[in-house]
Design a protein around this ligand. Structure first.
Ligand code: SF4
Ligand code: SF4
Length: 167
């Protein structure tokens, strides 16, 4: 204990050298590190102008698929919403009228289907749970927006366009 107090006193009393007072060696070392980075390859890209290639198992924006006849595949069974750990999916099921048979694959369809992209963690469980191969996370990154309400994606944004259908 006595030895500790003694060495503490010695440290406190030792005056700083001139170089220590002006911090020159430390500044020089910092500048050398900074300049060395000027000649290194940058780790970042100028996004969004430049975009990196995604991994093959990248999960992006959801897309609600149509079948080969252009009808919505989703039958509003609710399994995707049940499997969603983030409770991001909301849907309201409805019965298709006889004259709407060309629009929906089965008698039930999702009249409302919404995903809250601020809740979604892109785990892909909805895709795995779907027995109808109706939902895939094969879209791009969810774009930035200003209002929270604009991150709730409805059928207008989720259902694939008839033009995008496989031929
Ligand atoms: S990807 Fe995961 S978190 Fe997102 S909606 Fe599907 S199940 Fe929910
Ligand atoms: S997307 Fe698939 S799992 Fe979800 S309600 Fe439609 S059919 Fe069912």
């Amino acid at each position: 204990m006595e030895a500790l107090t003694k060495s503490k006193k010695v440290l406190e009393q030792k005056p700083l050298s001139f170089m220590e007072k002006i911090y020159l060696p430390a500044i020089g070392k910092g500048m050398a590190i900074t300049f060395s980075h000027l000649f290194k390859k940058t780790a970042t890209v100028r996004y969004p102008e430049v975009q990196r290639e995604f991994s093959v198992n990248f999960r992006g924006l959801h897309s609600l698929k149509r079948d080969e006849e252009g009808r919505e595949r989703c039958t509003a069974c609710g399994l995707c919403a049940l499997s969603c750990p983030a409770e991001a999916i909301t849907m309201i099921a409805a019965e298709a009228k006889p004259e709407e048979k060309h629009l929906y694959r089965e008698e039930k369809y999702a009249a409302t289907y919404e995903i809250n992209m601020l809740r979604c963690i892109f785990c892909g469980l909805c895709e795995e749970a779907c027995p109808k191969e109706a939902i895939y996370l094969d879209g791009p990154i969810v774009p930035a927006d200003y209002l929270r309400k604009d991150f709730i994606y409805g059928k207008d944004k989720l259902v694939e366009e008839p033009l995008q259908m496989k031929k």
